[in-house]
Design a protein around this ligand. Structure first.
Ligand SMILES: [Zn+2]
Length: 168
């Protein structure tokens, strides 16, 4: 089903972002070259179909899950770097599927830094970079953000990445 939503009445979904290695700016988890600039709507484009995104019979558009549980059930493919979870507003053309939404325009609506996914010494700069988005910023536990199984995997990943400090 495809709807047209005005910016003032967006469809609200949930998604993950990652902070770049420099903790400056949100990036899409699956397409990390896409930087979400603060206060600038992200606009979808179709890289294969040559049509306006999102199209119903394609997989283009900016993805969001209808709720946090659904988002968590999708699992994650992460690169090193801070993990952020939050709500996103979708407007313009929005395709509503069984387990998620694909939007034409998107802006973060709430942002929550997932504890333990950035080294302690970068935590305040990570929160600072989220503040630039001018939405409600909070922090959340790893298990709450990604579910227990993924949380355990992520905790291992974070530990194996270390903090950048060399053992003395
Ligand atoms: Zn497409």
């Amino acid at each position: 089903m495809k709807e047209i939503r005005p910016p003032a009445d967006p469809l609200v979904g949930w998604r993950y972002w990652q902070l770049g290695a420099d903790a400056r700016g949100l990036r899409s988890v699956s397409l990390r070259r896409f930087l979400w600039e603060p206060e600038r709507p992200m606009r979808a484009s179709c890289m294969t179909g040559g049509h306006q995104a999102p199209a119903e019979d394609c997989d283009c558009g900016i993805y969001a899950a209808p709720d946090l549980d659904t988002l968590r059930s999708h699992g994650l493919c992460l690169s090193p770097g801070g993990l952020v979870v939050g709500q996103v507003s979708l407007w313009g053309a929005v395709v509503i599927g069984e387990d998620g939404y694909r939007g034409q325009y998107a802006l973060p609506r709430t942002l929550s830094l997932v504890e333990g996914t950035v080294p302690r010494e970068s935590r305040s700069s990570a929160l600072e970079s989220l503040a630039a988005y001018n939405v409600r910023v909070s922090t959340t536990g790893l298990d709450d953000a990604v579910g227990e199984l993924s949380g355990a995997v992520l905790a291992n990943l974070v530990m194996s990445l270390g903090t950048g400090a060399t053992p003395s």
